[in-house]
Design a protein around this ligand. Structure first.
Ligand code: AMP
Ligand code: MG
Length: 326
């Protein structure tokens, strides 16, 4: 059984093809990189409209299959930016109708967790999902994926990207700051905001920019932001693990590629005797393979959708998904 997945919740449009054993046959993507400012939803959607068809062709070529070998079309139904979601949903509907195969809308956050379970040894982990727009601590409990903690304002990736942008660095700023942080040594005072299992980052952004104006180096600030923000994330992940009695941790989302974050969460996990799992980088960022895999699992669990039911949901909550495949 082969599923194709189309991802397009935000800056990245991606197409992946997987089989029923979670073997990744293809996983290609293209990302909008605005020259100035942040991501404009309409411009990102135009970008996705331009790239989605060539990417489908490329994925099929890489997988070495024919379009007619596909059994399911899956797409990212939400949460995300409206124009982007509608663009990839339209592409997915057209593909499913023309091939006359089932279509499945997938929750993007759940897909980050499912691909981690698919490609690592994790079975029932607490997921620390850290991306541009989202920051959530998710685990399976009483038949649903539930959000135990999350950001109360901006996502961690957003904090990194916005700070980088204000310092004149390119998008995405996260990986650039990770390199710069290695040259930093002074831990500058930044607000540590943890409320129960929730976190907040916008105060840290304001404080870091104020310190920058006062002459602090970008290296020291990158170092300090990472130390403080990642400590917050590690703390809430540990609290969620203790709260629900789960002894596996999985990382997902683009920021999960950060070595310092992996080191801090890994240290916490090993202190608890818990394994930590990190999928390969191209499965951490937004990608089509995770959508394909989750769509395939959902379909196996009996999920069926009419075209009418494929309308997108910008605020699609993780705990709204009926998890019938576990
Ligand atoms: P996603 O939204 O899951 O595709 O992830 C994109 C986000 O991951 C952006 O905010 C990037 O800045 C961030 N990111 C990617 N690589 C790294 C890294 N090595 N360190 C920190 N952030 C990263
Ligand atoms: Mg994501």
């Amino acid at each position: 059984m082969l599923a194709i997945g189309i991802e397009g919740t935000a800056h990245t449009v991606g197409v992946g093809i997987v089989d029923e054993n979670c073997r990744i046959l293809a996983n290609v993507f293209d990302m909008v990189r605005p020259e100035i400012g942040g991501i404009h939803p309409r411009e990102a959607a135009n970008h996705h409209a331009e790239f989605v068809v060539p990417l489908i062709g490329k994925a099929v070529d890489i997988a070495g299959i024919d379009l007619h070998d596909l059994d399911i079309v899956a797409f990212s139904q939400g949460p995300g930016l409206g124009p982007c979601l509608r663009t990839v949903a339209t592409a997915a509907r057209a593909l499913a109708l023309s091939l006359d195969i089932p279509i499945v809308g997938v929750n993007h956050c759940v897909a980050h967790l499912e691909i981690g379970r698919g490609v690592t040894e994790a079975t029932d982990p607490v997921l620390l999902y850290v991306s541009g727009g989202n920051t959530q601590v998710i685990a399976f409990a009483r038949g649903r994926y539930r959000v135990f903690g999350e950001t109360l304002d901006i996502g961690i990736g957003n904090l990194l990207d916005k700070f980088a942008r204000e310092c004149g660095l390119a998008f995405p700023g996260g990986p650039i700051l990770e390199k710069l942080a290695r040259g930093g040594s002074r831990l500058l005072p930044l607000p540590y905001s943890v409320k129960g299992m929730d976190v907040a980052f916008s105060g840290m952004l304001t404080a870091a920019l104020a310190l920058r104006k006062q002459g602090a180096s970008v290296e020291d600030l990158a170092f300090s932001i990472q130390e403080v923000a990642f400590a917050m994330l590690t703390e809430v992940t540990e609290r969620a693990m203790a709260h629900i009695g789960r002894e596996e941790v999985l990382l997902g989302g683009g920021v999960a590629r950060n070595r310092r974050l992996q080191e801090m969460v890994g240290r916490m996990a090993s202190d608890r005797g818990a394994p930590m799992f990190v999928p390969p980088g191209d499965l951490c960022i937004d990608n089509g393979a995770m959508i394909a895999w989750t769509g395939l699992e959902m379909h196996r669990g009996g999920a069926r959708m009419t075209i009418r039911e494929t309308s997108v949901d910008q605020r699609y909550r993780t705990d709204e998904v009926a998890v019938t495949w576990r």
